[in-house]
Every structure is written in structure tokens, then in C-alpha cells.
Ligand binder design. Structure first.
Ligand code: HQG
Length: 182
């Protein structure tokens, strides 16, 4: 597990790579990547420090890739704000019959009326199991409900799904008719 300092670094990297690259003087490319060297310089950390945070991140939030010219690039695997407009370039993927979404109970009525909306993010995030959904909803409230999403029916009706590199299912929105309280 990461030290408190390393968790702080990880949060800062997530903020920069998902939501506010300009806060570190960085610009993401169209697919969300920045040169590792630029990120290190912007945050004042070493490559070794970065590697520990990437490797031991609890949700594998970051991906590093080496380009043909030998430079290393990094991006967040999911969770971007819509305002940074990143195209992850993920192929459409066939979801399981059902996926799950955990949310504070206070959101339930609105969600059952409007469906699940991505809000400030690029996508609605869905979990493969109830335990993960409880953890996601639990970030915001102790009183969490888990919704079951009929993703098989959604796919059959033409909704498109993507699976992020760290195992999060992404879709544009979930209309209310596909939602049931688990
Ligand atoms: C809710 C974490 C009312 C939605 C997790 C959620 C995830 C509505 C909140 C990732 C609504 C948005 C994303 C509606 C949606 N009415 N509330 N119509 N539609 N909501 O953070 O799914 O730790 O953008 O239920 O693991 O909670 O950051 O989405 O409560 O993968 O890496 O609006 O964040 O990853 O909140 O979490 P978020 P989320 P990280």
C-alpha cells in the first residue's frame, strides 16, 4: 500500500490527467496522453516515485506506454471530465447481462426519473459486482443504494459500451427503464 505522501501524489496525478491538466501547465493529446518527462517536471517528482504510484495504485488508474521514438507517455485509464474532452479510443465491447452502480440514496429518486447521467464526467461508470458498486457509492455517503443495470438489454437496443484498461465499464447514459434497485 502507498504511504500518505504517495496517495497525495496519486490524487494530484489523477486531478491533472483527468480534470485539470492546465493546473500543472500540461496539455493532454487527443487521446489523453502526456509525456512522462513533462509530468515529472510539472509535479517535481522522480521517475522512480511515479513508477511506485502507478504500479501500486489501488484501482490501476494510470497507464504508461512507450512510443516508437522511445519516449514514455502516461494517461488516466478512465474518469475524465467532459471539459478536457479526451477520446480514449476504446473499441466497443460486449457487456455482461447485468452491471451495477452504487450511489447515495439521496440520488435515487432523480436517477429513477432521469436515468443515470454522466454529470461532469465523460461517461457513466458501471461496476462488475455489487461489492465494487458499494465502494464507489460509499465514497460520497454512508447510505448507499446499488442499482442493477440491464446492460444486456441495453446492448441489444443499440447502446454502446467500452471497457477501460482498468476494468471499469463505460457508457453514455442509462435510461430509467434499464434500472432496478438491487
Ligand atoms: C450520480 C471513482 C442524480 C451518480 C469510481 C454519482 C468510479 C445522478 C454521481 C468513478 C444522476 C456522479 C466514477 C441523476 C448520475 N440524478 N444523481 N440523474 N445520474 N448521478 O464521481 O460513478 O476513485 O462522476 O450516481 O471508482 O460515483 O475517481 O461518478 O453518484 O469509477 O478513480 O452522480 O470514480 O473512481 O459522480 O464514480 P461521479 P461515480 P476514482
Amino acid at each position: 500500500t502507498l504511504s500518505r505522501d504517495q496517495v497525495r501524489t496519486s490524487r494530484r496525478i489523477a486531478l491533472v490527467l483527468r480534470h485539470r491538466p492546465e493546473s500543472a501547465g500540461l496539455t493532454l493529446d487527443a487521446n489523453g496522453w502526456v509525456p512522462v518527462a513533462d509530468l515529472l517536471a510539472a509535479l517535481g517528482i522522480t521517475r522512480a516515485e511515479l513508477d511506485v504510484v502507478v504500479e501500486h495504485n489501488d484501482k490501476s488508474r494510470f497507464a504508461v506506454t512507450r512510443r516508437a521514438d522511445g519516449t514514455d507517455w502516461i494517461r488516466a485509464s478512465q474518469g475524465h471530465s467532459r471539459r478536457v474532452s479526451v477520446d480514449l479510443g476504446l473499441p466497443p465491447a460486449d457487456p455482461p447481462a447485468a452491471l451495477f452502480h452504487g450511489t447515495p440514496r439521496t440520488n435515487l429518486e432523480s436517477i429513477m426519473n432521469e436515468g443515470l447521467q454522466p454529470r461532469s464526467r465523460d461517461h457513466v461508470h458501471l461496476s462488475t459486482g455489487v461489492p465494487t458498486a458499494l465502494l464507489v457509492g460509499g465514497r460520497r455517503s454512508a447510505d448507499v443504494v446499488v442499482l442493477r443495470v440491464a446492460t444486456g438489454e441495453m446492448a441489444a437496443a443499440g447502446h454502446v459500451f467500452h471497457l477501460s484498461a482498468n476494468g471499469v465499464w463505460l457508457t453514455s447514459e442509462v435510461p430509467p427503464r434499464y434500472l432496478t434497485l438491487d
